[in-house]
Design a protein. Structure first.
Length: 113
């Protein structure tokens, strides 16, 4: 069972930046970040494969968010710049290995206008 631990959430004003981290207890092939805003479904924000060759960004965050990973630390990072109030959500780290999906507990990001 892979365990994922997120850190780095918090409150920031619009236009500000936050950096989220997610550390896995074991090496994970694909990792990503989902988010769920109040009253909305969980959505995929960014994803990255093990070699950092395949990276996906949702249109809503392209040019503002950057995902990266350090495999030696089993850690993925999400740098979020130019944050907007609509980025307010609980952000969940996700990992996939051999068809299994694992989730972190989530970290709250609040962006005020």
């Amino acid at each position: 069972q892979v365990q994922l631990a997120e850190t780095g959430g918090g409150s920031v004003q619009a236009g500000g930046s936050l950096r989220l981290s997610c550390r896995a207890s074991y090496s994970v092939y694909a990792m990503g970040w989902f988010r769920q805003a109040p009253g909305k479904e969980r959505e995929l924000v960014v994803a990255i494969d093990y070699e950092s060759e395949k990276i996906y960004y949702a249109d809503s965050v392209k040019g503002r968010f950057t995902i990266s990973r350090v495999n030696a630390k089993n850690t993925v990072y999400l740098q979020m710049n130019s944050l907007r109030p609509e980025d307010t959500a609980v952000y969940y780290c996700s990992g996939q290995n051999y068809g299994m999906t694992y989730w972190g507990r989530g970290t709250l990001v609040t962006v005020s206008s």
